[in-house]
Design a protein around this ligand. Structure first.
Ligand SMILES: NC(=O)c1ccc[n+]([C@@H]2O[C@H](COP(=O)([O-])OP(=O)(O)OC[C@H]3O[C@@H](n4cnc5c(N)ncnc54)[C@H](O)[C@@H]3O)[C@@H](O)[C@H]2O)c1
Length: 371
């Protein structure tokens, strides 16, 4: 039987990878995304009906809109829920972003599923739910969890919401706690930002924190594999949690050196300057490492080691940014620029470049009435 998938946030970094795999595997896929976090290139492609996964149906919508979600949920057999506020720094300034994007949005996804009788969901959680754990590598059973940001709290709340629905209505729900996911298509995160900074100034590189923050880095291809592997081969438990990461960690300093290597910089000529402090931003958890034995017991293992994942991501990000030819902005700078443009043109702060191009939903490549 054909799988009929709904992927919220499917136009994002991880979503695009997953949707491509699903389409190639023969699934019927609907992408539900407001394009607030899609790169300009991806947003234009989806709006033009030529999205990265050409055979997926694209519906432009916001997960805070329960009616739109309920409509698009009709006839769906499985959901992959990725849409979220991924602007962690933005959530520090405006906590409402995480309430809407992570908590209420996930509640709406679950409620729309209940209304339409959908009973299977995979949810993009994050390793940040652990906070700063006392025990590393941290297994899924670790507790108590002490999220250290609104984003982390929102991700954990999402898990709790789905567990509640799953137990009450007999669903199968899976939550995936991703480690730092890297790839050429990402427009946020340490690799992207270091590539941007080094392209702007080849002679110096500023690092957030003291450079000793150590985390696992995983290629987006391996994340997509993990999710699909567990969805297809995992046990039919009511609610299951999986850590998704590589074995071992890299410090930010090591990541910087790998990025500079990928950009063919001579390390001796670059002044690497950690800004100091143990974390990179409010709510950062400097030392994390995840035990992935639960997922490995299902037969999954990552293809790329963390060093390879970072090097490939850095080279690919450089190529993508140079080909796009736009201004070289870090994630924080880009979001600030969008907010400023939106405030000028619409009088609000919530819209994005993609919003300005058309308030149009596109279904199977053809523009249809906006929802
Ligand atoms: N990238 C990572 O390192 C990482 C790590 C841990 C967890 N995650 C989680 O994985 C998921 C995907 O992350 P990503 O890196 O692809 O992020 P992303 O920002 O590239 O993708 C998120 C997508 O969701 C869409 N979106 C955001 N708010 C929405 C809303 N209200 N309604 C509809 N669509 C909305 C955006 O337009 C974007 O296309 C997120 O839930 C994120 O929290 C990512």
């Amino acid at each position: 039987m054909t799988r009929r998938m709904l992927v919220t946030g499917g136009a994002g970094f991880i979503g695009t990878e997953l949707v491509e795999r699903l389409v190639k595997g023969g699934a019927t896929v609907t992408v539900f995304d407001d394009l607030s976090g899609a790169t300009p290139e991806r947003a234009r492609a989806w709006l033009g009906g030529d999205g990265p996964a050409g055979d997926a149906t694209f519906v432009r919508g916001d997960i805070t809109d329960l009616a739109a979600l309920s409509e698009v949920m009709n006839g769906v057999s499985e959901v992959i829920h990725l849409a979220a506020n991924t602007d962690i720094a933005g959530g520090f300034v405006d906590p409402r972003l995480d309430l809407d994007g992570c908590i209420l949005g996930t509640w709406n996804v679950a409620e729309a599923m209940r209304r339409q009788g959908v009973t299977r969901i995979a949810y993009a959680s994050s390793g940040v739910v652990y906070g700063q754990p006392d025990h590393v590598p941290t297994p899924e059973a670790y507790g108590p969890l002490r999220p250290a940001s609104h984003y982390a709290a929102g991700k954990l709340a999402g898990e709790a919401i789905l567990s509640g629905f799953a137990h009450l209505y007999g669903w199968q729900a899976q939550a995936f706690r991703f480690g730092n996911t890297v790839g050429a298509g990402s427009d946020h995160g340490v690799v992207h930002d270091l590539v941007v900074k080094s392209l702007r100034d080849p002679g110096s590189l500023e690092l957030l924190g003291d450079g000793r923050q150590a985390k696992p880095y995983i290629a987006v291809e391996d994340v997509a594999d993990a999710v699909l592997h567990a969805m297809e081969g995992g046990p039919d438990t009511t609610f299951e949690v999986y850590n998704v990461a590589t074995e071992g960690t890299l410090t930010v300093l090591q990541v910087a050196e790998l990025v500079l290597g990928a950009l063919e910089r001579d390390l001796r000529t670059v002044d690497i300057r950690p800004l100091g402090g143990s974390g990179g931003w409010p709510g950062d958890t400097p030392i994390v490492d995840f035990d992935t034995s639960r997922l490995r017991a299902l037969g999954w293992s990552p293809i790329y080691r963390p060093e390879e994942a970072v090097t490939r991501a850095a080279a690919g990000t450089r190529d993508r940014l140079l080909a796009a030819g736009g201004p070289l902005l870090t994630a924080v700078e880009r979001r600030a620029a969008h907010a400023a443009v939106s405030a000028q043109t619409t009088g609000s702060t919530g819209s994005t470049e993609a919003d300005d191009s058309a308030r149009t939903a596109v279904v199977a490549g053809r523009p249809v009435a906006a929802r």
